[in-house]
Design a protein around this ligand. Structure first.
Ligand code: BG6
Length: 502
């Protein structure tokens, strides 16, 4: 096991929801599992005025995100949590800097600091610059790292500007752009499935794969985040970051070795090979967007997107996005990738389906189906291979059978949550599961023309779909040939068709 140095975590935007909901529970879990170093301190900061005590109560001792049982164990953890208000993100950070140094001396955190930016993105630049001006980017006595939450830019131009702004005071090796999908075990397992088994890799190319399908569906709507979501939409919220990260892991070449730089070099090469859609005809044919409307699901009335709090009643923001695209390189030439993401679908699921080509000549009845490898990211995490077997009896009738592996079958203890894993990696200086600046820019370079077309193009369609169905019905038309989306159920083995819950 790697050693984690003594250190301090300074959270900007600490009064916000993410700190109480994700960050503090993840660090507490690391604490319980004895993964934190001996000397570890958390310092929250934001513009709200709070004492250490009030902050501890809010994010820990009285937090709804801890069970009562946990609350009894938590006091010694809470004692290492502190709070320092700042006037504003653009103001001088000397009071914050004094507090950081004071805590560093008192708790011997050896001048190792991680700054976590959990604030609106518009203040990222100010924070990085003010930290730099206060000398808090200095690495002469320990390490200094900056973790940046998404959204990382709003388009290519803003992402490039942000990279440039951060690089004025921090080196790329100090910047950790968090994408919680990379913290999921099943996403990391894509690398292991591909590169530690000799049975898949020889088939993993245009010669054997017909198409690749990725579905990310959520049954919830935009909940209380309508204000944010309406300016973002499905493409920016999920596709540009989480799903293109998954695509890069499916598509990348084998890295020279399993190090952060080698793995990220290959991922960025795959992202740079995405064929950018330039003309309106291609964009028209290869993209579908939709928005959910009101419906009744299991007897319960569900509001439409435009009625959600914080959403413009005439909004043209997509809650469903399906994109067909190609990767122009030796391995993937001519293989279509289909990726869709949406809110208010029948179930919550994320999975990758590799569709292999059918046999060149069909000998048996029913044998002409494609073999599929289904990699389930969540829920019911696992991998399933679908292949043809003979139906017992006379003749050669073929039926599809499943060969499967479920993570739940592994007897090993608890699987780390995404934030735990990513925070621990950052503490240990391992950036493998963090997005590099050039990866983020390559993803935006692909997404920008789609966003531009959806906003300004001619004949752009926005389909409605009733909350609780698999999106606009015509989304199947995106898929070439005699294929439709696999509309998965909560279990990997479910093979439902088009499913309507209302
Ligand atoms: C977030 C998006 O990044 O990911 C949310 O902003 C989305 O809109 C969430 O709900 C999904 O994450 P997960 O891990 O539940 O699939």
């Amino acid at each position: 096991m790697k050693k984690t140095k003594n250190q301090m975590l300074i959270i900007f935007g600490a009064s916000g929801d993410l700190t109480a909901r994700k960050l503090i529970p993840a660090i507490y879990q690391l604490y319980k599992d004895r993964d934190l170093p001996e000397n570890y301190v958390i310092l929250g900061t934001s513009r709200s005025d709070m004492s250490d005590e009030e902050f501890r109560n809010k994010v820990c001792l009285e937090s709804e995100h801890f069970s009562d049982e946990e609350k009894s164990l938590i006091q010694s953890f809470a004692d290492k949590i502190f709070y320092q208000a700042i006037e504003g993100y653009e103001e001088d950070y000397s009071a914050l800097s004094d507090r950081v140094h004071e805590l560093n001396n008192e708790f011997r955190t050896e001048s190792n600091y991680i700054f976590y930016l959990s604030t609106p993105p518009k203040v990222y630049k100010n924070i990085a610059h003010k930290l730099g001006q206060a000398g808090l980017n200095d690495e002469s006595e320990g390490f200094t790292r900056l973790i940046v939450e998404k959204p990382f830019g709003y388009d290519l131009k803003t992402a490039q500007a942000l990279n440039k702004d951060l690089l004025e005071y921090f080196k790329e090796s100090q910047i950790y752009r968090i994408d919680h999908y990379l913290g999921k075990e099943t996403v990391q397992n894509l690398l292991v499935t591909r590169f530690s088994n000799s049975i898949f890799e020889p088939l993993w190319n245009r010669n054997y794969i017909r198409h690749v399908e990725i579905t990310n569906a959520e049954s919830i709507g935009v909940e209380k985040r309508g204000g944010y979501y309406d300016k973002s939409g499905a493409l920016r919220d999920m596709f540009q970051n989480h799903l293109l990260q998954v695509v890069s892991l499916v598509a990348m070449e084998p890295p020279l070795e399993a190090t952060a730089e080698e793995i990220r070099n290959e991922k960025v090469k795959a992202l740079k090979a995405l064929r950018i859609m330039k003309d309106e005809q291609t964009l028209y044919e290869h993209t579908i967007r939709g928005q959910y409307g009101a419906a009744e699901i299991n007897g319960e009335k569900v509001m439409g997107y435009r009625e959600e709090e914080g959403v413009d009643p005439e909004s043209l923001t997509e809650t469903f996005a399906a994109i067909k695209f190609y990767i122009d390189n030796w391995r993937w030439k001519g293989v279509p990738f289909y990726v869709r993401t949406a809110k208010r679908m029948p179930t919550k699921v994320t999975e990758v389906v590799i569709h292999f080509k059918s046999t060149p000549h069909s000998l048996f009845v029913g044998a002409n189906r494609d073999n599929k490898l289904i990699i389930r990211i969540h829920p019911d995490e696992g991998i399933m291979m679908k292949f043809g077997v003979k139906v017992p009896g006379q003749g050669f009738i073929v039926e599809e059978a499943n060969m499967d592996f479920y993570y739940s079958q592994l007897t090993r203890n608890r699987v780390m949550g995404a934030y735990e894993r990513l925070l621990l990696d950052a503490m240990q200086g391992d950036a493998t599961l963090y997005a590099r600046g050039d990866e983020v820019e390559a993803a935006w370079r692909f997404v920008d023309p789609i966003l531009d077309y959806w906003q300004n193009g001619k004949d752009v369609r926005m389909y409605g779909y009733a909350a609780g169905v698999w999106g606009p019905e015509n989304s199947d038309e995106l898929i070439e040939g005699d294929y439709i989306w696999r509309n998965p159920g909560p279990n990997i083995a479910d093979d439902p068709g088009f499913c309507v819950l209302c």
